[in-house]
Design a protein around this ligand. Structure first.
Ligand code: SIN
Length: 341
């Protein structure tokens, strides 16, 4: 049976549609209303709340609804155990925390890193002279490249058997604008999957490899197989090892908080054990888009003497390569992580 709908009603219903501010996301995830209702749940009255705990040694100021917090009232060059305990608690709660106006030397950053555990392995850089566990992440003002250190959504070095659990970045020389870093909360993204999808991804293992990064670098230096620099960062890389990579649980449990988080990114996630390439690509494509939707993110505008700390087990991140003409220099340290479970 055909039901006749007056033409005028059709025209009216089309006209009545509200302005859609999120066309790209809406086409992938559903209607703009779906996206709005997701965002609305990230509020003190909703499903998730990034509000700060009342600490005694510091103040935490939430950055976005999804994650991140500025920590105030702390001098990182003179840190006692009680303050460190609150910093660690705030890190696990907010996933990424940052401190402004810290007058710290490399030794202070090394000491703070070591409080969380042994130094992590850096698979890309040789470290700084006299400070092998500190990487200098720099892009000179006159450098024009597509791929900088930290480009693309990623979790740090997941192609290792024991990827870094925690990373720290200290802003030394910061562009007047641009050069921000953005993070996405992977525990929150897991939480917002349907129960059915949680059951699908729960038992899976994701293969992590630096093959994509290595081939992008090789394009730049076809003669010797890979460039010795990424932007202005000197590289010291065991290509075969990081291309071979490692497999990890696609959903990992945080060893301190017990939270489950998706372990997936756009840069290194290259396959899923037991799946064909097309199957893995489809599932990884969905998860990568799901994790990185704006509602799950926070973004940091750097300033000199800002230190950021993030937990790679609970978030992914990327650096913006949008500051050609301005120098950006950071010092980076990492903490050795456990084998993901
Ligand atoms: C990184 O990915 O570790 C560096 C991020 C940044 O430079 O903002």
């Amino acid at each position: 049976m055909v039901i006749a709908v007056p033409l005028l009603d059709v025209v009216r219903s089309r006209q009545a549609k509200p302005y859609n501010p999120l066309p790209a996301a809406a086409s992938f995830f559903g209607s703009a209303e779906d996206i709005r209702s997701l965002t609305m749940k990230l509020h003190p009255t909703g499903k998730f709340d990034n509000q700060a705990k009342p600490y005694t040694r510091l103040t935490a100021l939430p950055l976005a609804s999804a994650m991140g917090a500025e920590i105030q009232g702390v001098d990182l060059s003179a840190l006692d155990d009680a303050t460190f305990a609150e910093i660690a608690d705030a890190l696990y709660r907010h996933k990424m925390i940052f401190f402004r106006d810290q007058r710290i030397a490399l030794e202070h950053q090394e000491a703070l890193t070591a409080r969380f555990g042994p130094f992590g392995t850096d698979a890309y850089t040789p470290g700084m002279p006299g400070h092998p566990n500190v990487q200098r992440v720099v892009k000179e003002a006159d450098v024009r490249v597509k791929l900088i250190f930290g480009s693309g959504w990623h979790t740090d070095s997941p192609f290792l058997e024991q990827p870094p659990s925690i990373s720290m970045l200290f802003g030394v020389d910061i562009p007047p604008y641009g050069g921000d870093t953005i993070w996405a909360n992977t525990a929150l993204a897991y939480d917002f999957l349907s129960e059915t999808m949680q059951q699908v991804v729960g038992p899976l293992r994701v293969h992590m490899s630096a093959a994509g990064v290595m081939s992008a670098l090789a394009d730049k230096a076809p003669g010797d197989g890979a460039a010795a620099k990424m932007g202005s960062v000197e590289l010291d890389v065991d290509r075969q090892a990081i291309i071979a990579g490692w497999s990890h649980p696609l959903v990992r449990r945080h060893p301190v908080t017990g939270e489950k988080a998706l372990y997936v990114d756009e840069t290194y996630s290259s396959g899923i054990e037991g799946m064909t390439d097309p199957e893995a690509r489809a599932l990884l494509g969905f998860l990568q888009q799901h994790v990185t939707q704006p509602a799950f993110t926070c973004r940091l505008r750097w300033a000199p003497n800002t230190l950021a700390i993030w937990d790679n087990r609970l978030c992914i991140h990327q650096a913006f390569n949008d500051h050609d003409g301005f120098r950006r220099e950071m010092y980076r340290t990492t903490v050795l992580g456990e084998v993901p479970r």
